[in-house]
Ligand binder design. Structure first.
Ligand SMILES: NC(=[NH2+])NCCC[C@H](N)C(=O)O
Length: 422
């Protein structure tokens, strides 16, 4: 463990150069040095100046879990997994992926209850495997959050366009002097990222209220899709393909198909880890965190299984449109034209989902950065918690601006992510 009296390496240029010249010896000394839960919760935490406010209860955490996990992913991966791998047994794929997410959520829960600090996986690794493992994980997490958030923000424009029946290209404009492939400016995405940044800097409690409202709206869209699926669908689609030459039965590609499907739909569960970064802001960690983290994964598993079942009932698996499974299930096919408006409904639901998963991920990334700042791996400036808002404003605002930049220029990477993820 580093000496707490020692000045930060970032306090002056001189200190930085001295630290740089000591890199080999510092690395050897610190790479495997572990801190303790007590140090993380006292000494390290005091480097933030003020404390984060303990304003959240378990309903807020369940809201963050649902909001963070249920985005647009389920509207896309369900089709891929059902058509290409699992067939109607995609329901089982969702259950398996949910179980895996739950086991991981139990680990997060146990750590977060034992050590309710904002650093999530970064802090847990610091007390188990030491600073180097924590640094590698923290750096990867921040990169993963910022790049995937930029892709998620840009995908919002497409879904909002679908909601009102307008092509999203009309909401983007090209800047002539920027290189081709990097010149598509997405103003909607940039505006949304800035508004969310302001909200999370202003108050965690108010962010939770916004998240609960948007998540409730999103879930009502999802409930609607499930109900329509169950009322208009046909049970025989669970076992009979449209083309008798295709493999039939509930699980046409066997056990391996079901597990491949589970690997594909796991994306839809990403987001629960961000909830554990709120541990420092909950009123009663011992009760609120287990219900919040594990409870939200259980709820999401049930919702996803019902959605997968509803889609499997709507049409035979071999007719599913891989790119827009739910929209096509409702609006495609002869005699179903009257359901075309459902694609607007799905666009609306997905838009709310994208907003909440973006907000939860942005809350999470700021808390990771704040705690990395406390460890002095990055300047302690990132660790500052504002005395009046009780939020990590420096980390939130810095990553918000970085994300804005990515969202503006990273058309190429975002397109890649979008095609890969969504
Ligand atoms: N903001 C993010 N990085 N979100 C990634 C999470 C994706 C989310 N589970 C979904 O299915 O849409």
């Amino acid at each position: 463990m580093e000496n707490p009296q020692q000045a930060s390496s970032f306090s002056s240029l001189h200190a930085y150069l001295r630290a740089l010249s000591q890199t080999p010896s510092r690395l050897a000394r610190r790479a495997c040095s572990v801190s303790t839960s007590y140090e993380e919760m006292s000494q390290a935490r005091s480097r933030s100046g003020s404390d984060m406010a303990r304003t959240l209860r378990w309903p807020d955490l369940v809201g963050f879990g649902l909001g963070g996990m249920v985005g647009a992913g389920v509207f896309v991966t369900t089709g891929h997994a059902a058509r290409l791998y699992a067939g109607p047994a995609v329901v089982v794929s969702y259950a398996i992926a949910g179980l895996c997410a739950l086991l991981s959520a139990f680990c997060y829960t146990e750590f977060a209850v034992d050590m309710p600090v904002a650093g999530g996986a970064f802090s847990y690794l610091r007390v188990t495997f030491g600073e180097f493992a924590a640094f590698l994980t923290g750096a990867n997490l921040i990169m993963e959050y910022v790049t995937s958030n930029a892709a998620v923000a840009r995908s919002l424009t497409g879904y909002m366009g679908a909601t009102v029946g307008v092509s999203s290209t009309s909401w983007r404009f090209s800047v002539g002097w920027l290189p081709e492939g990097f010149n598509e400016i997405d103003l909607v995405a940039v505006g949304v990222v800035l508004i969310i940044t302001l909200t999370i800097c202003y108050s965690t409690r108010d962010s939770s209220v916004v998240n609960i409202v948007l998540t409730t709206l999103h879930l009502s869209f999802i409930a609607f899709v499930i109900l329509i699926g169950f009322s208009k669908g046909d049970w025989k689609n669970f076992t009979e393909p449209a083309d008798p030459k295709h493999p039939g039965g509930f699980s046409p590609y066997g056990v391996s198909g079901v597990f491949n499907g589970a690997a594909m739909v796991y994306l839809s569960y990403i987001g629960y880890d961000a909830v554990s970064t709120m541990a420092e802001e909950v009123k009663n960690p011992v009760k609120d965190i287990p219900i919040g983290v594990s409870g939200s994964v259980i709820l999401v598993t049930v919702i996803y299984c019902l959605m997968a079942a509803s889609m499997s009932m709507l049409m035979p698996y071999d007719l599913i449109d891989v790119d827009a499974p739910f929209t096509a299930a409702f609006s495609g096919g002869a005699g179903r034209r009257r359901w075309r408006w459902v694609s607007n409904v799905i666009g609306g639901g997905a838009s709310f989902g994208i907003l909440t998963s973006l907000m939860v991920a942005m809350l999470g990334q700021a808390r990771y950065m704040c705690v990395i700042g406390r460890s002095r791996v990055v300047p302690a400036w990132f660790a500052r918690v504002h005395p009046s808002t009780s939020t990590p404003v420096n980390a939130s605002a810095f990553l918000g601006r970085l994300l804005t930049l990515y969202t503006i220029i990273d058309h190429f990477i975002c397109c890649y992510f979008n095609s890969y993820l969504f």
